[in-house]
Design a protein around this ligand. Structure first.
Ligand code: HEM
Ligand SMILES: N[C@@H](CC(=O)c1ccccc1NC=O)C(=O)O
Length: 277
């Protein structure tokens, strides 16, 4: 047998009394002590970590989406493509995570569901911000954040900004040297499909070589929405599998509400144009 490996032989640093360590840099103490189950149920740890990791990925998604929007507003397409690809990958990651949660049966969830009180993912401010950045804007969803003025203010500030899709439409308009109807920029309502926008995207898709950057942007957006749709579908299916048609802890109709959300179209013209080509 070979001798046990001693990291000091190779000069690995082993004393971190005065230097920044791995755990220091990553703030692992607060993160790894932030799991506080309210019950003795074994599966509550899974439930907490599943949500905490989802929120961390959402934090990164927002970081990327905000930077992508800023770069796009400047017409700086290359970094936008990278960032949007990364966001799609984050959703892929979140989609894979459902496979872990799905190992929890209704009996296991019931053991601690009552301890959750009225809390629900419905109150995830980061999720709502992602929806708002992408253009699915419904100010009624902000009410649950009124008790947290700083979070409420972030959502309000988001509604004052153009959505990522609005900024994409600005670029589309600039590229084609054609004004789009001013009414398409609805700041506090979901984007509604518009014929002039549809015609503009149709032009891009009819001659991709001529309009390559807009064509690539359109496909990145479709890709992102594709992965987001899969997230919604995985969520509603997991929910039905675990609680059936029970009312949600957040007070909505549960699966019925989540099924309605499957109809959301973030970038409707990009989907509609496909039937025209
Ligand atoms: C046992 C697993 C889960 C169950 C039974 C469940 C159930 C529900 C239900 C019933 C709703 C509707 C709102 C309500 O009335 O409560 C909801 C919304 C939501 N859940 Fe979950 N959920 C689960 C896991 C997750 C996970 C892992 C996430 C990831 C962060 C998540 C995020 C959300 C979000 C963001 C909403 C709001 C969706 C929207 O408004 O479109 N949920 N969930
Ligand atoms: N709405 C869920 C509860 C729930 O899933 C939840 C509760 C607290 C924190 C996050 C949650 N996840 C997603 O909604 C339910 O009705 O069982």
């Amino acid at each position: 047998m070979t001798e046990a490996y001693d990291p000091t032989d190779e000069g690995a640093k082993t004393s971190f009394a005065a230097d920044m360590s791995y755990g220091d840099y990553l703030s692992l103490d607060p993160i790894l002590t932030a799991q506080s189950p309210l019950s003795d149920a074994h599966d509550e740890m899974l439930f907490i970590i599943q949500h905490q990791t989802s929120e961390l990925w959402m934090r990164l998604a927002l970081h990327e989406l905000n930077a992508a929007r800023d770069a796009l507003a400047k017409g700086d397409f290359q970094p936008v493509f990278k960032m949007l690809t990364r966001v799609a990958r984050i959703f892929e990651q979140l989609n894979g995570a459902w496979d872990v949660l799905r190992t929890m049966t209704p009996s296991e969830y019931t053991a601690f569901r009552e301890d959750l009180g009225a809390s629900s993912g419905f109150q995830s401010h980061q999720y709502r911000l992602i929806e708002f950045v992408l253009g699915n804007r419904n100010p009624a969803m902000m009410k649950v954040h009124e008790h947290r003025p700083e979070l409420h203010a972030r959502l309000t500030a988001e509604l004052a900004q153009k959505s990522l899709y609005h900024v994409a439409l600005d670029q589309l308009s600039a590229h084609l040297e054609r004004d789009l109807p001013p009414g398409i920029y609805r700041m506090d309502a979901p984007h509604r499909a518009d014929d002039a926008v549809m015609a503009a995207w149709a032009e891009i898709y009819t001659d991709p070589r001529r309009h390559w950057s807009l064509y690539e942007l359109a496909e990145k957006l479709v890709d992102l929405e594709d992965y987001f749709r899969r997230w919604r579908f995985n969520h509603v299916t997991t929910v039905e599998r675990i609680i059936g048609f029970k009312r949600g802890t957040g007070g909505t109709s549960g699966v019925k509400y989540l099924r309605r959300m499957l109809e959301v179209e973030l970038f409707p013209e990009l989907w509609n144009v496909r039937g025209q080509l």
